[in-house]
Ligand binder design. Structure first.
Ligand code: ZN
Length: 134
């Protein structure tokens, strides 16, 4: 398993359009567009920052993971994503190491990236995403 970089930091927000104003108008970042990921019940926008990105996530449903996160913690950093070279290989390796996973297999996230989440109990309380992009 090879970690290449911090791919992005995921931030849970109540209102994506409102939040984007701060990140684009005040911080001057550029959004690569808003995308709905039905499977995860989220609407997301990515904002490249140098070699990594910020991901703003708004829930599209009251029972989605982002809605539940905000209910429990309020808005804020929800996950950190690490780019790996080979996600299938990384998941195999992590299983061999006895690391608790949320996703046993990769699924497709925003932008067609292959992603999987590790369980926060295995990562000092951080929801870690691993992602592989073409
Ligand atoms: Zn993410």
């Amino acid at each position: 398993m090879q970690v290449l970089k911090v791919d992005h930091v995921g931030i849970a927000v109540k209102n994506l359009e409102e939040s984007l104003k701060f990140y684009t108008e005040v911080l001057g970042l550029k959004s690569t567009g808003v995308e709905v990921v039905e499977e995860q019940k989220v609407k997301v926008a990515f904002l490249p920052c140098g070699d990594s990105e910020l991901e703003l996530l708004e829930s599209t449903s009251p029972d989605g993971p982002i809605a539940k996160f905000i209910e429990k913690n309020g808005e804020g950093i929800q996950h950190v994503a690490l780019r790996v070279d080979n996600i299938e290989g990384a998941l195999e390796y992590l299983k061999e190491q006895g690391v608790r996973l949320i996703d046993q297999k990769p699924r497709y996230g925003a932008g067609g990236a292959k992603i999987a989440f590790l369980h926060p109990k295995a990562t000092n309380g951080v929801l870690l995403e691993i992602s592989e992009r073409e």
